[in-house]
Design a protein around this ligand. Structure first.
Ligand code: ATR
Length: 274
């Protein structure tokens, strides 16, 4: 009997926790599958995906920097992937490629189910206006917040996202030094990639109060600079994106295997082991 094959394609990809997460899901649900780390340079992406498909692969996670490039290779695109402008999950069935995006639902599950946040009527601030932000604005607006403000170093990029999502709900744009603070924020999400350059942007202090949950889409075994900053500025709590990572993986697993794993024990294990 051949074992169903899955994997994650990225560049670099060595740091990915996805193989461990999917192995734990498979153990927990009694499924037999193989999950590989696939380091693929951008110019080799199409060839690598086609080869994976040809050799009987069942599904792939797609990570940085390929989430947009993979768009043109899929035969069927889910609505949420189309809205996000990015694909993180491929399924191979009947010689066709299905593209989906589980990042947004992964974030929502972590915020609502794991952290118990009430998003309906909430004031939300997102820091950053890149690809990560684009993937989460649609799902967050579906939760009917009172307002969702996107703050970015380059105002034009935040304005562009507002234009794109204006029909989805109450969304506005600002620069870091002009964040509106008339109402306290229940949730501030860091979606900048500043951490990769080792920099800490001028995060807006006035946006943080003792009612604010600060959530960093980045995760690390040590508190990220944003989490440290949030703690120092009196946020109610400051959380790294381990939960989103595990929840988006669970959604991919569900798409592929039709079974939803219990994320709690996996989240506990993954966020404390390197
Ligand atoms: P991703 O797909 O991770 O979102 P991206 O599309 O390159 O990556 O977007 C990176 C985001 O982090 C942008 O919002 C970027 O701000 P600009 O649009 O002004 O470039 C933000 N960012 C990166 N480094 C930053 C820094 N040092 N200070 C503030 N914002 C930064």
């Amino acid at each position: 009997m051949t074992v169903d094959r899955y994997g994650v394609m990225g560049y670099p990809v060595a740091h990915s926790r996805s193989p461990v997460i999917h192995r734990l899901f498979a153990q927990q649900t009694g499924q037999e599958l193989q999950y590989e780390l696939l380091r693929v340079a951008p110019e080799k992406l199409e060839e690598a995906i086609r080869q994976f498909q040809r050799t009987g692969g069942k599904g792939l996670n797609i990570t940085v920097p390929h989430k947009r490039a993979v768009f043109r290779l899929v035969d069927h695109l889910s609505e949420r992937a189309s809205t996000a402008g990015a694909v993180n999950t491929l399924s191979f069935r009947d010689n066709e490629i299905y593209g989906d995006n589980t990042d947004g639902i992964g974030l929502l599950r972590d915020l609502v189910v794991n952290l118990g946040l009430q998003l309906e009527g909430a004031n939300i601030l997102i820091l950053g206006a890149g690809g990560a932000t684009r993937g989460i604005v649609g799902p967050l607006l579906e939760m009917q917040p009172r307002n969702l403000c996107i703050a970015n170093r380059t105002l034009q990029r935040a304005d562009d996202l507002v234009e794109r999502f204006a029909s989805h709900g109450p969304v506005s744009a600002c620069s870091f030094d002009a964040v509106p603070v008339a109402e306290p924020y229940g949730l501030v999400i860091n979606a900048t990639s500043a951490i990769h350059g080792g920099e800490v942007p001028p995060y807006p202090e006035a946006a943080i109060s003792s009612q604010t949950t600060c959530y960093d889409l980045s995760y690390s075994l040590h508190p990220t600079p944003f989490v440290q900053w949030a703690q120092e500025h009196g946020a109610a709590r400051a959380v790294m994106g381990w939960g989103m990572l595990v929840e988006q993986a669970a959604e991919s697993f569900h798409i592929w295997r039709g079974v939803r794993p219990d994320t709690k024990p996996v989240l506990k294990q993954i966020s404390i082991t390197a």
